[in-house]
Design a protein around this ligand. Structure first.
Ligand SMILES: [Zn+2]
Length: 486
């Protein structure tokens, strides 16, 4: 080690990685972690941060962000930073509501440009493909993979999702075609697994019988449809040899299905769940109507516990936020609707509500409080699920997702004694999905590449410093010599 003065010395904290917890000092220079040791008190640094009694974690890598609604990447990145997330992998596609109309490659470039000037955090990109893209799959997929967009999201449902939106549901033959191309070019397929034709059938039956209130949401999207669709997607992936990432799995039946295909060993399968599928039930929909409407729907306590078990034993690999940054008016399908039903939510037509959750800001604290504090998972498992595994699966590790020598200094200082009652969140969205949660353990300082973003609960960063982080297919968890998930 030279005598060069480092930028930051992080002193006295308990450093958490997926491997364990150690009492370590961390030295940072030029945005990177340059040294980790049990005592670096003799090192010279321009700034010393005392982390005594605190935990030091890698910044979260949120593998499931939708910054295209009320909260664009400018605001969503602020919410994320307050919650200890430092990298957002964002879904971008050629849908008017989810990006901009046009060619998918152009929309991805536009988003990267927008993030570069307005985001306070680094971003990666997942491309959403819709049936409209079908004539160009063989051009889009290899070209985006070359540009570091290595993950492609498809829907097995939503035909169309809302009246003013084009159809999202990808036909089976097109899904096979995409998986074949991903398998050839080093990509990974992300699939929303629910059986669309059955949802359409059940929802139409419900509506035509006048069963439109909140209690009819869950029966229109039963767990069976998730089982069928995960099975079908994993079958296609196994046949084509395409790595598969079923997004936001929720039902207690799913871990056994995932395990079956993982043990079959034909391809790599990494399932994702979300903080709301671990901590909230259908009761929330009965109380809050569209504010708690998500797809797949919130289910029951047994499903929450099965998801915790799958997170703990590694059958599920990632917890992602699926945050959409919707305002409550948007969730009610418009301001007028919201005003109309404000007095009596129980009469609202749940089928007119918008799908989506506001979860990114409180995701890590909720997992800490409900998972770690309540003994469901260990702290290293939290770091694997929220930091390391998404970085490995999407080709960003070890630059992102860990605190190791050579990694970007994306670091969160966590105070395990800090209490917080959730009341709204930063940004334009006027509510949090975790409204009223009493949390114990909060991030107090968030740092990206050695720069302070949030310090003692205050935003100290300006937009403009964000970087686009391309995914490298050669280092992914599914690449032959990549970073495996353990
Ligand atoms: Zn989503």
């Amino acid at each position: 080690m030279s005598n060069k003065i480092a930028d930051v010395l992080l002193q006295g904290g308990l450093l958490v990685t997926g491997d364990g917890i150690t009492r370590s000092d961390v030295l940072i220079s030029e945005g990177k972690v340059v040294r980790i040791d049990d005592d670096l008190s003799q090192s010279l640094a321009k700034k010393t941060i005392n982390a005594n009694g605190k935990y030091v974690l890698p910044g979260g890598v949120d593998a499931h962000a939708h910054p295209t609604f009320s909260d664009k990447i400018d605001k969503m990145s602020i919410c994320a930073a307050f919650g200890g997330v430092t990298t957002l992998i964002c879904f971008v596609g050629n849908l008017p509501a989810w990006g901009y109309p046009g060619k998918t490659e152009d929309i991805v470039s536009q988003f990267i440009e927008e993030a570069g000037s307005t985001s306070i955090l680094d971003v990666g990109v997942h491309a959403i493909l819709t049936p409209e893209d079908e004539p160009r799959f063989s051009t889009i997929i290899p070209s985006l993979i070359r540009d570091g967009v290595i993950s492609f999201k498809m829907f097995m449902t939503y035909t169309p999702r809302t009246p003013n939106m084009p159809a999202l549901q990808m036909p089976d033959h097109a899904l096979m075609n995409i998986m074949d191309l991903c398998s050839t070019h080093g990509g990974i397929a992300q699939v929303h697994c629910e059986t669309g034709c059955c949802i359409d059938y059940l929802a139409a039956q419900s509506v035509s019988s006048g069963n439109i209130t909140a209690e009819w949401h869950a029966p229109s999207q039963p767990a069976l449809l998730e089982v069928e669709a995960v099975t079908r997607a994993a079958t296609f992936a196994s046949v084509t040899g395409c790595p598969l990432y079923p997004v936001h799995v929720s039902a207690k039946e799913i871990p056994a299905v995932i395990k079956y295909f993982q043990e079959l060993g034909k391809t790599s399968i990494y399932a994702e769940t979300c903080p709301h599928y671990l901590t909230l039930t259908n009761d929330e929909v009965l109380k809050k109507g569209p504010l708690a409407k998500v797809g797949p729907p919130l289910r029951e306590i047994e499903d929450n516990e099965a998801m915790w078990q799958a997170v703990s034993d590694g059958t599920v690999s990632v917890i992602g936020s699926d945050s959409t940054g919707f305002s409550s008016a948007e969730k009610f399908g418009g301001v007028e609707n919201k005003v109309k039903v404000a007095s009596d939510i129980s009469k609202f037509n749940i089928f007119e509500g918008t799908f989506g959750a506001n979860t990114i800001e409180h995701m890590m604290p909720v997992i800490w409080s409900k998972g770690v504090n309540e003994g469901r998972i260990t702290l290293p498992v939290l770091v694997k699920q929220l930091c390391e595994n998404p970085a490995k699966i999407f080709g960003m590790y070890p630059k992102k997702g860990t605190v190791k020598v050579g990694s970007d200094a994306d670091i969160v200082i966590w105070d395990p004694t800090k209490q917080h009652k959730v009341m709204g969140q930063h940004g334009n969205a006027d509510f949090s999905t975790f409204e009223g949660f009493e949390l114990l353990g909060m991030p107090i300082t968030t740092m990206q590449r050695g720069q302070l973003i949030v310090e003692h609960g205050e935003l100290v960063s300006k937009p403009g410093g964000a970087q686009y982080i391309p995914g490298d297919p050669n280092v992914t968890a599914y690449a032959s010599n990549g970073f495996k998930i353990t």
